[in-house]
Design a binder for this molecule. Sequence first.
Ligand code: MF3
Ligand code: CO
Length: 255
Amino acid sequence: MKYIRSDEEIQSIREACQIAATVLKRLVDSVEEGITTYDLDQLGRKAIEELGAESACHNYRNGDHVFPAYTCLSVNEEIVHGIGTMRRTILAGDVVSIDVVVRYRGFIGDNAHTVLIEPVAEENAALIDATRESLNYAISFARAGNRVGDISNAVERFIKRHNYGIVREFVGHGVGKTMHELPQIPNFGRRGSGSLLKPGMCLAIEPMINLGTGKIDMLEDGWTAVTRDRKPSAHFEHTVLVTNGEPEILTIPKN
Ligand code: MF3
Ligand code: CO
């Protein structure tokens, strides 16, 4: 059946998601003024190793480009897929998006979170709150009988109440043995459109929301997406299991 995981596969994805969530939490707790994004990435590499998993980002290929880091660290105007570097030190007031994708026993867990460094600008706090809430709202539509477009539309509808830009070039996705499986889950769309949701689907839902324009530029490294107006961007992501009842968020740490 289309995009449906077996109970055994779901068990592995569950474990991968718990590891991804634990690593993400450690990085969220570690990010502070003065740390470089390289050191943050190395903390991620070590935590993933320690938990017996591997980074699904490291050596991930997109055409000729090979992703060199272990996590994605995207600061301020960087939207997603930022590469940790010694040249970038986290500064006061920064907006830091952390994306952790692991492979464990052959299955993927994927999640992301945006953190604000003190002193927090009011407009950044509002952006982060809206992005997190749009994700939670969208997850509430990840129910059997709904369609992918119901999730997409939920993000768009939620964000429409603000003057923010929705990133259209990157989308959520199914997860399984690989990081980007079908169905694609855009953060905009029509209610009732797209694939039917069924129990056993594992979906990574991930709104990327910009303070200003939704338009993006790609940096020369071939990975880092930045906002065209260089204003900050926020990104939250959970991997969610569609069930017969309530959606189950697999990337909330259980311990
Ligand atoms: N969560 C991101 C995504 O789904 C992770 C990408 S890893 C990278 O696109 F290697 F592609 F950067
Ligand atoms: Co993802």
